[in-house]
Design a protein. Structure first.
Length: 516
C-alpha cells in the first residue's frame, strides 16, 4: 500500500511531536465590556431569559457581523462550516484583522470540507500573528486542490464523513449570532448569480456564555487541529504578502455591494437597529458534542427530527418546517403520518429542483413526495426567480432583486408558540452524522415573526404548491403557483430541464440516502 494511502487510513490527523495546542476558554467577564454593558440593564430586567432578534436580510446579516467585529474589545470567536473566497469574506476578514491589531484575541474554527474554506483559513492565519485558526477533522492533504482531497475523502470516508456544520459568531462573550448562514457572498445577498434565503438570530444574555462554552468544547477537542500542523509555516514575508493581498482585494471591492453596505456608519447603525428589536425569551440551546457519535433522536423539535423532544411538548395543532434539504426517511414519514392522523397540520417549505444547490439531496426528497402528499403533508417548493415585485413586507429585505435564489434557512414552528432556529437540515446527515447547533425559543413575538415568514414564503407568488392528483395511471404530481393574477400549473418539474430531472434521478439512485 502506498505510504500516503496508509497515512490516510491510519486515523485522525494528529499534531506533530512537540507542537503545542494550548487549551483556551471564553472570558468570564464579558458583561464588563462595552458590548456587555450595552445589554446589561435589559438582561437584568428579564432574569433567566435571553434576548433574540431575527436577521433575515443578507445585508443586515453582514452589517451586524462587521459591527460585532468592530466593537469587540477582548475576544472574537468564529465557528463556521464554510467560508468563501469573495468580497463578503474579504470585508469580514478585514474587520477581524483590524480587531486583532487592537489586541483582540481571535479564534477561528472552520470545518475543512470546502477548498475555499481552507483557503480562507490560510489567509486569516497569514494576515495577523494574533489570529488563531483551527480546522475541524481536517484532510491530511495540505493543499486546496479538489482532486487529491476527493481521493482522500473516498479512501478515508469513515473519518472524513463527519463534518462540523455549526455556524456561530461571538464577540466578547457578550453578543452572538447563530443560525443558518456561512461566510460568503451568496449568504449575504451579494452574489450576482445566486443567493440563499437564510435566517440568523442575534443573541444576548445568558445564552451567550452557553454558546461560548460550546465553542470552547469544539476548539479544545481532539478534532480541532491547528492549521500550522498541516499547512506550510508562515514567515514574515508570507505575512506581509497576505496583508498586501487583502488590502488590494479590499480596494478592488470598493464598488461591490458588501463594501458599499459597510460604508460610513452603516454597520453600527444596523447593530443598533437589531438591538432595538430584541425579544426576551426562555430558550433551550442544543449542541452536538464535537467528538462523540451522535445518537439519532426519533423525534424532537429541537434536534434532528420534528416533535416530542424528551422533556418537551408534542405538537397539537400545526407544524411548520423550513429545510432546504428535506429527506424524511421512513421513520420520520411514519411520524408525520401519525401527526396527520391526529389532525395536526404539517406544512413543509423546501427547495424546488430548479432552486436547489444540491441536486443529489433533491433526489432523496423527490422519492418521498408521493407518500407525504397522500398522507396529507403540505409541500411547498421555492421558486428560483421572482418575476413580479415582492409583495410581502417580511420578504422585502430577504429578496431585493429579481435573481435566482435558493432556500438555506432551517426553521421549525410548533403550534405557533415554539420555534427552533439553527443549522439543522431535516435530512439523514444532520440527524445522524454532522454536528449541529440550534436554539429553541418560546417568545410569542419571535415565533409569530417566523410563522409570518413561512406564510409569506409559501404564498403562490413565491413558491410552488405540490399536490397529488389521482388518475387512471395511479396518480401524479402537480405544481401550482401564481404569476400576478394568473393561476399557473405544471405536470413536470417546473423550470427544470429534462436533463436535470434525469441527472437528479441518477444521483438519487447512486448515493445512499444516509449520506444525503
Amino acid at each position: 500500500m502506498p505510504v500516503l494511502a496508509f497515512a490516510i487510513l491510519s486515523g485522525c490527523v494528529s499534531l506533530p511531536k512537540g507542537m503545542p495546542k494550548p487549551e483556551t476558554h471564553a472570558i468570564d467577564d464579558g458583561h464588563r465590556t462595552v458590548l456587555g454593558r450595552a445589554f446589561a440593564e435589559a438582561a437584568a430586567a428579564h432574569p433567566g431569559m435571553s434576548g433574540f432578534a431575527l436577521i433575515t436580510g443578507g445585508r443586515e446579516a453582514l452589517q451586524v457581523r462587521a459591527a460585532l467585529a468592530d466593537g469587540a474589545e477582548r475576544t472574537l470567536d468564529l465557528q463556521y462550516f464554510s467560508a468563501g473566497d469573495d468580497a463578503a469574506s474579504d470585508v469580514l476578514l478585514g474587520r477581524v484583522v483590524a480587531a486583532a491589531e487592537r489586541g483582540v484575541r481571535v479564534r477561528i474554527l472552520l470545518d475543512d470540507m470546502q477548498t475555499s474554506t481552507r483557503a480562507f483559513a490560510r489567509r486569516a492565519q497569514a494576515a495577523h500573528a494574533g489570529i488563531q485558526v483551527r480546522l475541524f477533522n481536517p484532510f491530511r492533504v495540505s493543499g486546496t486542490g479538489s482532486v487529491p482531497r476527493l481521493a482522500e475523502f473516498l479512501i478515508a470516508n469513515d473519518r472524513l464523513n463527519r463534518r462540523m456544520h455549526n455556524k456561530l459568531w461571538v464577540s466578547d462573550n457578550a453578543v452572538a449570532v447563530t443560525g443558518s448562514r456561512n461566510l460568503g457572498d451568496e449568504y449575504f445577498d451579494a452574489n450576482n448569480s445566486f443567493n440563499f434565503l437564510d435566517v440568523d438570530m442575534m443573541a444576548v444574555g445568558p445564552v451567550v456564555p452557553e454558546l461560548s462554552r460550546s465553542f470552547d468544547a469544539y476548539w479544545n477537542s481532539v478534532k480541532a487541529v491547528p492549521l500550522e500542523a498541516i499547512a506550510p509555516p508562515v514567515d514574515d514575508g508570507d505575512r506581509l504578502l497576505a496583508r498586501e493581498q487583502l488590502a488590494a482585494r479590499l480596494a478592488r471591492c470598493a464598488a461591490a455591494a458588501p463594501c458599499q453596505w459597510l460604508a460610513n456608519d452603516a454597520a453600527r447603525l444596523e447593530l443598533r437597529a437589531a438591538a432595538s428589536r430584541l425579544s426576551w425569551s426562555s430558550y433551550r440551546l442544543i449542541v452536538d458534542p464535537p467528538t462523540d457519535d451522535k445518537v439519532p433522536e426519533g423525534a424532537g423539535i429541537g434536534h434532528g427530527s420534528i416533535v416530542g423532544h424528551p422533556g418537551g411538548d408534542g405538537t397539537r395543532t400545526e407544524l411548520l418546517v423550513v429545510s432546504p434539504y428535506f429527506i424524511p426517511g421512513s421513520d420520520l414519514r411514519h411520524h408525520l403520518r401519525g401527526l396527520r392522523e391526529h389532525g395536526v397540520r404539517v406544512a413543509v417549505l423546501t427547495n424546488s429542483l430548479a432552486s436547489t444547490d444540491m441536486t443529489a439531496a433533491h433526489g432523496g426528497y423527490a422519492r418521498h413526495r408521493p407518500e407525504l402528499l397522500r398522507d396529507g403533508v403540505e409541500l411547498y417548493e421555492v421558486r428560483p426567480k421572482h418575476e413580479a415585485p415582492v409583495r410581502h413586507r417580511v420578504l422585502r429585505q430577504a429578496i431585493r432583486r429579481a435573481s435566482p435564489v435558493g432556500l438555506h434557512a432551517k426553521v421549525m414552528v410548533q403550534d405557533r408558540n415554539r420555534a427552533s432556529v439553527g443549522s439543522l437540515n431535516q435530512d439523514p446527515r444532520s440527524r445522524s452524522t454532522n454536528t449541529e447547533i440550534c436554539v429553541v425559543l418560546d417568545s410569542p413575538a419571535l415565533v409569530a415573526e417566523l410563522a409570518e415568514l413561512f406564510d409569506a414564503a409559501t404564498d403562490p407568488q413565491e413558491a410552488f404548491r405540490v399536490e397529488w392528483v389521482d388518475g387512471a395511471a395511479g396518480g401524479a404530481l402537480r405544481w401550482s403557483a401564481q404569476n400576478g393574477d394568473e393561476d399557473v400549473s405544471f405536470d413536470v418539474e417546473p423550470m427544470s430541464s429534462a436533463w436535470l430531472v434525469w441527472w437528479r434521478s441518477v444521483l438519487g439512485a447512486l448515493i445512499p440516502e444516509r449520506h444525503l
